[in-house]
Design a protein around this ligand. Structure first.
Ligand SMILES: [Fe+2]
Length: 223
């Protein structure tokens, strides 16, 4: 059915009551955005507490958040998704707050029970942020940041495009930053070695399009 149009309605300026309603709606939106930012700041406090437990990850969350945002922007994702991916990148390992320090700092390989604890961190992280409805997309990114393109990842063994795009972006940023930083069990790898590894993993464990974007950004930074 065709919509009924009142002649002259579009040209009529809003009345005082309508203006007041518009201002009220804008105030509510602004307050909601402030509240979201405050909640994200509190969660960041938790992420910082995690980094205090695990000095080898110091700065890692911030770098993964920053790379995640840059990759998301270069992929042409909407601004809202870029924000979500940046925040989720910052908080991606927040579930490690539930992993004992002895496991986080262990220099040798993990045994089966330690590995089980580690593999649980994406689920714990997603549960920590789950109460915040506005961050539902971020919770999904956190849950799936260890999935692999070929389905060999965890916790759900998702494959290819079934893995949320934000999680594919954070996965590439995470691998890139982890390999270019010192870890308890090895020193940082040379950047060239890391880039060659990423190119090899493109289309295998990592999303090839996302890897291509990261390689392009790294080249751009080096130019
Ligand atoms: Fe992780």
């Amino acid at each position: 059915m065709a919509a009924r149009v009142t002649p002259g309605a579009a040209a009529r300026p809003p009345g005082a009551t309508e203006l007041q309603m518009l201002r009220y709606a804008e105030d509510v939106r602004r307050l909601y955005r402030q509240l979201q930012r405050s909640i994200c700041q509190s969660l960041l406090g938790l992420a910082n507490a995690l980094e205090a437990k695990d000095p080898y990850t110091r700065g890692h969350s911030e770098r993964v958040g920053a790379w995640g945002g840059r990759i998301a922007a270069a992929l042409g994702l909407p601004a809202e998704d870029i924000d979500t991916i940046t925040q989720a990148g910052l908080l991606h390992d927040i579930g490690k707050i539930g992993v004992p320090e002895a496991v986080l700092r262990k220099r040798g390989p993990l045994d089966e029970s330690e590995w089980a604890l580690m593999r649980n961190h994406p689920i714990v992280g997603a549960q920590i942020v789950a109460p915040f409805e506005f961050f539902a997309g971020g919770s999904l990114v956190i849950r799936h940041h260890h999935e692999r393109w070929d389905g060999s990842g965890y916790p759900d063994g998702l494959t290819g495009a079934a893995i949320p795009i934000g999680a594919r972006v954070v996965a590439v940023a995470d691998v890139f930053d982890a390999l270019t930083s010192d870890r308890p069990y090895r020193p940082a790898l040379p950047r060239g070695t890391v880039l060659a590894y990423l190119a090899e993993e493109a289309g295998r464990s990592l999303d090839a399009d996302v890897v291509a974007v990261l390689l392009g950004l790294v080249r751009l930074d080096a130019a």
